[in-house]
Write a protein of this length. Structure first.
Lengths: 525, 384
């Protein structure tokens, strides 16, 4: 039998981060490209112009390469909740398992079924049926993302559930509260638009390269037109939904917001740091060191974004640890120490409840249950040792957030310029813009990864906000087992990533094949 | 009246059915394990790869759905088995990761590792994916070494805060030391290979491969029957893990699984019918050279047989995931399922399964109107 160890917990976290990070390299392109190729194929069906078919089939080929590796990295994520987060799986499985199951039944099957028609059906089904299949692949992938993000949002903002001391787990009492939580739909929209953004940046970058090489220029211009339009919509909507995310984080995960902004001392009318550098000399949340070397701040904006009020008080890390400030519901925030005490009380009450039930002391059990319920909101704090355990990695969260926002702003400008040149100017001869298009691609991927770093690193130590920290969620497995699987997956995924990139580069160099495509004829449409 | 007990049984039926469908779809893996032995020339290999490559997503998606549905309906199994038999599951998943890229990447220029490597990946997935799944399913009857203490998370007991604890340091590899587990592992492997041959007979427009597949039906069908019988006889005569419905106490009962068959005659009849249908598909394909529908008989028979076998593991007051080191830790439909509310919500979702089945049927038919030949590969626009 293995006891839970800090090392095993950290390796399990590393393994989850590794597999999630790899998975998220491929999924955004699947969803983003899914939309773009569906739009292109729609134009082909609408206009009958074979050149649109050439464009659509080329991107479908790229989609296929990317889809395979996305699926490969995804299966590990689902099962890892069981293999490495065994306590988690029981403690919240009653709620968390449902969206995963629905994803499999209703979304993944849709995507996987119609993908085969999309690839192999050009000669076997009608034009319209083929187009429908392509759209269903995109819809399936998006639905898949929806259910996964419902599950993720619930970890950040647990709702629609009640703790049952008899079964020692949280149980779902309101399915719609879980599915339609404001955090869930905002997260879905923000994440989906980030996928569109990556897809658009990819299409525009590859097309920019063709223009630089003066190859397939008609194909490239058509692709850039669609890609830039999708890209602009995506990045503008990312800004809108990003505002929604900031609001929800401020309300439900104030520590994450404080880490995103490097805010140690809270204030009324807090400004938003537009740019800044953290002071590495700051070692503890309560030392007197200034957290910044420098910062450029937009006055009052953080209060406005987080609380829709320019005068609102935004708590910093120290405030959250020490408590004592007024919450938006008018109550006074508890300190870490108080929440830890109440968390320990809740855990002890659960143990006493179990013992009382076993010994059939019903009155005592009822008493313990009421103590547990009264303190359950602080349950997870009982597993933490010190206030430092409550604070996520501030530099990683801060820089990830700011870099992501900067890249987002850059892309809005970039796509505006691209559309302007596509419509009014000569894109063929603007080599500087073609270079910019090509070299902007890594930025899109970087921003996409950074978004998840903010979301997940910023909410540590919680697997379920305030209820279950990582150290109580893990499996009883010794770290050498997890180290071995970590290395296995790291080597395998890296090897497959290299293979995927080289295959894609070869396919892109080869380019679209109009002659071969145009020979293909359809049955009755 | 839809009671909690009904919902638990309903979800066990759904899980058993999903497992049945998954085992049927393992014909893809079975085919992968024979890519080398069944073909002599490269174009034959390519045809086999492409025939299977149009179906691999179904198996993969069913496995993912199986995992998700188990999580949603019986989360204690998810946390106990996955977190405990760590290596059995991790190796299984590793095999499926290898598979997912291998079709798409194997013939693409720039794939770095070369076509042969990806085909070896497919072979590994074909061999270990089927075998390990069989071994794990066998533990539903033979038991595993774990304890469950829900109070652990609140600091009760001395075992630490984790609810489900695996008592064997090999974390799942020890399952390979049980002959009964190995028997079912090999039975599933050879069944998958048999089904793959039946699929090839049905699907390919290639005389040589068809003839060879017919021979291979016999070569793989025989070991399948032998290993399956060994497993079946052993579990029928062995002690089984029974649950006292009044106290929920778990105890060993002699020939429990045989009693379950006798106590549930409909399940026994369907089980026997399933087995007979599998055998009919195999035998007729071997002896009737014009018969190509073996995959439908043996496939349907597989689904029914596996479903009934798993119902026997969980129904009639039986612990479906027994602990061999602490009987009272064994998982039953009652102590490991989700809440009544969650099972109800999921039951409503499950009503949409026929819609899913309908579009899968449509897609399958749309692509299967014509048999697959070498010529077809070049005109379909996408080949592996």
């Amino acid at each position: 039998m293995d006891l839970i160890s800090a090392s095993a917990v950290n390796w399990s976290r590393a393994q989850f981060a590794l597999t999630a990070g790899y998975h998220w390299l491929f999924v955004p392109l699947t969803i983003g490209l899914g939309l773009i190729m569906a739009v292109m194929e729609s134009l082909y069906v609408k206009t009958g112009d074979e050149k649109w078919k050439t464009v659509a089939t080329f991107w479908q080929k790229i989609f296929g390469i990317n889809f395979a590796i996305g699926v490969a990295t995804g299966i590990i994520l689902e099962f890892q909740f069981g293999t490495n987060w065994s306590n988690y799986s029981w403690f919240v499985g009653d709620i968390f398992g449902a969206p995963l199951a629905i994803e499999g039944i209703l979304a993944f099957f849709l995507e996987a079924t119609f993908i085969s028609i999309m690839f192999f059906g050009w000669n076997r089904v009608s034009k319209k049926m083929h187009l429908t299949s392509t759209w269903l692949v995109f819809i399936g992938a998006s639905l898949s993302a929806f259910w996964i993000l419902v599950a993720n949002a619930w970890m950040q903002y647990p709702t629609g559930m009640e703790f049952n001391p008899e079964t020692v787990r949280n149980e779902m009492v309101d399915f719609w509260a879980v599915t339609c939580s404001p955090v869930a739909y905002n997260k879905f929209l923000h994440t989906t638009f980030s996928c569109w953004a990556v897809g658009a940046a990819f299409v525009v970058a590859v097309s920019g390269w063709y223009l630089l090489k003066k190859r397939h220029t008609d194909f490239a211009c058509r692709s850039i037109r669609i890609g830039s339009l999708v890209g602009l919509v995506a990045f503008v909507m990312l800004a809108v939904t990003g505002d929604g995310s900031a609001y929800h984080v401020a309300q439900k995960q104030p520590m994450k917001l404080a880490a995103m902004e490097g805010l140690y001392e809270g204030k009324e009318g807090a400004g938003l740091v537009a740019m800044g550098m953290l002071n590495p000399a700051k070692q503890a949340y309560n030392d007197e060191t200034d957290p910044y070397i420098f910062k450029i701040e937009l006055p009052k904006l953080l209060s406005l974004l987080g609380y829709r009020n320019i005068h609102a008080f935004v708590p910093g890390i120290t405030d959250i640890v020490d408590g004592g400030y007024t919450l938006s519901d008018g109550t006074t925030a508890l300190s870490f120490r108080e929440r830890k005490e109440r968390g320990e009380l809740a855990i002890r009450a659960l143990a006493d409840y179990q013992t009382a039930r076993e010994q059939e002391r019903d009155a005592d059990a009822a008493n313990q249950e009421s103590i547990l319920r009264e303190n359950y909101a602080h349950f997870g704090y009982g597993y933490l040792d010190t206030a430092e355990d409550l604070i996520p990695n501030v530099p990683l969260t801060f820089y990830s957030f700011h870099l992501m926002v900067m890249i987002g702003v850059y892309f809005i400008l970039f796509f505006l310029v691209m559309l302007y040149y596509t419509g009014k100017k000569d894109l063929h001869n603007s080599r500087w813009l073609q270079y910019v298009a090509l070299w902007s691609l890594p930025l899109a991927y970087l921003a996409s990864q950074l978004g998840w770093v903010v979301a997940e690193v910023g909410r540590q130590p919680w697997t379920i906000q305030d209820i279950l920290p990582v150290q109580a969620a893990s499996s009883a497995i010794s770290s050498h087992n997890v180290v071995t699987t970590f290395i296995l997956f790291a080597v395998l995924f890296t090897g497959l990533l290299v293979a995927e990139v080289t295959i894609m580069v070869k396919q892109i160099k080869k380019g679209p094949e109009p002659a071969a495509q145009e020979k293909v004829s359809h049955p009755q449409g | 009246m839809i009671t909690y007990e009904f919902l638990q049984k309903y979800w066990w039926f759904i899980m058993s059915l999903l497992a049945g469908v998954l085992v049927f779809l393992l014909f893809v893996q079975g085919g992968q394990s024979m890519l080398h032995s069944l073909s002599r020339k490269e174009d034959e290999k390519k045809l086999l790869v492409n025939a299977l490559g149009r179906k691999w997503e179904y198996t993969f998606t069913t496995l993912v759905t199986f995992g998700g549905a188990f999580f949603a309906s019986f989360p204690l199994f998810y946390s106990t088995s996955f977190g405990g038999a760590y290596w059995a599951w991790m190796i299984l998943l590793f095999c499926f990761v290898l598979q997912a890229v291998s079709y798409e990447f194997q013939s693409k220029p720039g794939n770095i590792f070369g076509t042969t490597t990806y085909r070896i990946f497919l072979f590994i997935n074909g061999l270990l994916g089927t075998f390990l799944l069989g071994v794990i399913v066998a533990t539903f009857f033979t038991g595993s070494e774990f304890t469950v203490g829900k109070g652990n998370i609140a600091g009760l007991g001395v075992a630490g805060p984790v609810i489900s604890q695996w008592q064997n340091p090999l974390h799942g590899l020890e399952l390979l030391a049980d002959l009964r587990n190995l028997s079912l592992g090999f039975a599933v492997l050879f069944l998958a290979r048999t089904l793959a041959n039946l699929f090839f007979v049905n699907r390919l427009n290639h005389e040589v491969l068809e003839q060879r597949s017919r021979k291979f039906v016999l070569f793989n069908g025989l070991p399948f029957v032998i290993f399956f019988l060994i497993f079946l006889v052993q579990i029928l005569i062995a002690d089984g893990y029974a649950v006292n419905p009044a106290t929920q106490e778990i105890y060993l009962e002699q020939m429990k699984y045989l009693h379950n068959f006798i106590d549930m005659p409909v399940i026994m009849a369907l089980f026997l019918l399933g087995v007979a249908t599998v055998l009919y598909g195999i035998i007729r394909t071997v002896f009737d050279s014009d018969f190509k529908g073996g995959i439908w008989f043996s496939g349907a028979g597989t689904i029914v047989t596996v479903t009934m076998l798993l119902l026997v593991a969980g129904y009639n007051h039986t612990a479906y995931y027994p602990s061999s080191v602490d009987l009272q830790s064994s998982l039953t439909l009652q102590n490991s399922s989700s809440s009544e509310f969650t099972l109800s919500v999921m039951a409503v979702v499950s009503l949409l399964v026929p819609v899913v089945a309908a579009y899968i049927f449509y897609a399958w038919r749309a692509l299967e109107r014509k048999k697959l030949s070498l010529e077809e590969l070049h005109s379909d626009g996408h080949a592996y």
